[in-house]
Write a protein that binds this ligand. Structure first.
Ligand SMILES: NC(=O)c1ccc[n+]([C@@H]2O[C@H](COP(=O)([O-])OP(=O)(O)OC[C@H]3O[C@@H](n4cnc5c(N)ncnc54)[C@H](OP(=O)(O)O)[C@@H]3O)[C@@H](O)[C@H]2O)c1
Length: 262
């Protein structure tokens, strides 16, 4: 399996202001990558850019809502001005909500799909020409184990991550001839601001979180996966077990999800 060098790689990272994204920024910087970070909270991006140790070059950032075409255009313009082309796009920004579908609004579905699916897909479309000109180009899409096996009370989130999963598989096959690699990352529960940022948390719904993995560990595993050019990363044994249970015994997985997943 070819090994990708991240030293000097020009990386665009969304959702960089907290959790997995901020841990990835630190991890990739230590590997010598050059970074363009993006998220809405500008003061956080500023602080993270300042705190990163020994960056290969000053860490750049674009603040804005990734759902907005204007923000995505600003990212494109910044790449053009700064580097001309780039090497790695990491679509990591994401949001969730918890609660039964029947009680949720259409707005909740729309917001989750806009952030977790349409935004990364449209950013990919916009940046693909600049990525094509890069060195061993790579697209990393941060999905979830829930993009392989859906669970109750997270229907919109699961749908958005399944969509990102399908998009990633199709794009990997489409871009294989151009040697642009697509990697799908599926974390399990991770220590981050994710649960504080839920769009809605139905008070009657219990949220099972299990033992979260530190974001720094997730970042380290992703960095290793990027170096080894893997197609798919499922980060925990429990996540891997769940995915295989679903593939081999889907009816049992459905029964268990209905019985224990809520
Ligand atoms: N934590 C988990 O248990 C877990 C498990 C599996 C998968 N994941 C996935 O991992 C990814 C990272 O999440 P996390 O756990 O690190 O959560 P987090 O700490 O809440 O980080 C989410 C990031 O996305 C950004 N973001 C959200 N909405 C945005 C928008 N409209 N425009 C621009 N940026 C936006 C946030 O920045 P601003 O708020 O500053 O905009 C933040 O930087 C997500 O895709 C999530 O679905 C998380």
């Amino acid at each position: 399996m070819p090994v990708r060098s991240l030293a000097g790689a020009r990386v665009v990272l969304t959702g960089a202001s907290s959790g997995i994204g901020s841990a990835l920024a630190a991890e990739l910087s230590r590997a010598g990558a050059r970074l363009l970070l993006t998220a809405r909270r500008e003061e956080r991006l500023q602080r993270i850019a300042r705190e990163i140790d020994r960056p290969a070059e000053p860490v750049a950032y674009v603040s804005g809502d990734i759902r907005e075409p204007r923000t995505r255009q600003q990212i494109y313009d910044d790449i053009e001005r700064r580097w001309g082309s780039f090497d790695v796009l990491i679509n990591n920004a994401g949001v969730g909500a918890v609660g039964p579908f029947a009680r949720a609004s259409a707005g909740r579905l729309r917001e989750i799909m806009e952030t977790n699916f349409f935004a990364p897909v449209e950013l990919t479309r916009l940046l693909l020409p600049a990525l094509r000109q890069g060195q061993t180009p790579l697209i990393v899409n941060v999905s979830s184990v829930l993009g392989h096996r859906a669970m109750p009370n997270k229907s919109e989130y699961c749908a958005s991550k399944f969509a990102l999963h399908g998009f990633s598989d199709a794009l990997r096959a489409e871009l294989a001839r151009e040697a642009i690699h697509v990697m799908l990352v599926s974390p399990s529960t991770t220590e981050s601001d994710f649960f504080e940022h839920l769009l809605e948390a139905d008070s009657a719904t219990r949220v099972r979180r299990g033992r979260p993995m530190p974001a720094a560990t997730v970042a380290r595993i992703i960095r290793r996966g990027m170096r080894r050019n893997v197609d798919e990363l499922i980060l925990t044994w429990s996540g891997t077990g769940l995915v295989w249970l679903d593939r081999l015994f889907p009816r049992l997985a459905n029964l268990l999800a209905a019985r224990f997943g809520q």
